[in-house]
Design a protein around this ligand. Sequence first.
Ligand SMILES: C[S@@+](CC[C@H](N)C(=O)[O-])C[C@H]1O[C@@H](n2cnc3c(N)ncnc32)[C@H](O)[C@@H]1O
Length: 270
Amino acid sequence: MAVEGKPGADVKGFRSMGNGDDMTDHSHRGVRGSAVWDQVGSILAGRTAALGKTGLDVIDVGGGSGIFAVPLAADGHRVTVVDPSPNALATLRQRASEAGVTDMISAVQGDAAGLGSLVGKESADLVLCHGVLEVVDEPSSALNGIASCLRADALVSIVTAQRNAAVMGKAVAGHLLEARRLLEDPDGRWGASDPLPRRFREPELRSVLADAGFEVEEVHGVRIFTDLVPGPLVDEPADVRALAALEAAAEAVPEMRALAAVLHVIASRR
Ligand SMILES: C[S@@+](CC[C@H](N)C(=O)[O-])C[C@H]1O[C@@H](n2cnc3c(N)ncnc32)[C@H](O)[C@@H]1O
């Protein structure tokens, strides 16, 4: 695996996120089997068939410790992870080595805004940008960086924390002042110690994507109920299956996705 950038170096714009702030939270089942994984898998299958390739060139911006990159590499895709965190890249190296996919993964220390120069313009069939737009300094700069490295007909998969779900979460936990702040704050934050710089609603996300020259192909709401149902109520396998079935059924109702913890958008360059 190629590793570029200085270990330990500080990269402008980097915000380290604690585990509890990982809005993508691919659940205890791991990334395989999660709704986001299923959607990414279906994009990969479609692009692989359309391009007649066995493996695609995937860039995972903010790919951190390789939660997506390693299984994608194991499936035969060439994955470049671009992330400012040296610690995350060290974990990625370790995971890649344990999975025997070192040759299929490159790790590049850097910022989403600089993607074009870091990985090369028009070098990707698919870019993953999961849990990143809510933490970067400027979402528009990150999206411009992503746009520059997409090939014609390439897609970007964007996963981002949704504000409405955070409001509901705070309210049902009894943190009513924070819920109100989240509801009304221009950036969707619950206070000065909120670790996230912003949270999106779907119209805001669509607007920032349109401004950066993207066309939205699909929007999915992920985890509409999962974060609200107390864990002890879903400790039996049958409960877990029922919750997954409920999530899948609700995802098909467009109005329900306004409550999803996470929005998953598939977009292309116009
Ligand atoms: C919440 S984690 C998401 C990790 C992974 N994509 C996932 O879905 O599990 C956010 C990641 O974005 C990275 N990050 C923070 N600022 C960034 C920037 N300016 N450009 C690219 N990645 C950034 C962090 O280092 C971290 O790995």
